[in-house]
Design a protein around this ligand. Structure first.
Ligand code: FES
Length: 104
């Protein structure tokens, strides 16, 4: 099974199983990783904001316009920011590194 590596706010690294077809948000929740996701993936909040590792950024498809609009509201935005609910796990993303942004 593919894996995702989360780097938590305090630098702690958590490597977890990442079933294909689940979003980064769902995978975080399954593993008690602190990522809010207030709207449960309906693109109506920015609380699932994550920062994708530079190396993996180009492997993701472009964000939709709706995602970009929501991201503008996220705290601590970086150039490789994405919404965790919009990144869907695939075999190609095995080993992806996701940083959790600092809390506001
Ligand atoms: Fe609200 Fe991702 S959970 S936009």
């Amino acid at each position: 099974m593919p894996r995702v590596i989360f780097i938590e706010h305090d630098g702690v690294r958590r490597e977890v199983d990442a079933p294909v077809g689940l979003s980064i948000l769902e995978i975080a929740h399954q593993n008690d990783i602190e990522l809010e996701g207030a709207c449960e993936g309906s693109l109506a909040c920015a609380t699932c904001h994550v920062i994708v590792d530079d190396e993996w950024w180009s492997k993701l498809g472009p964000a939709s316009e709706e995602e970009e609009d929501m991201l503008d509201l996220a705290f601590g935005l970086e150039k490789t920011s994405r919404l965790g609910c919009q990144i869907i796990m695939s075999e190609e993303l095995d080993g992806i590194v996701i940083h959790l942004p600092k809390q506001s």
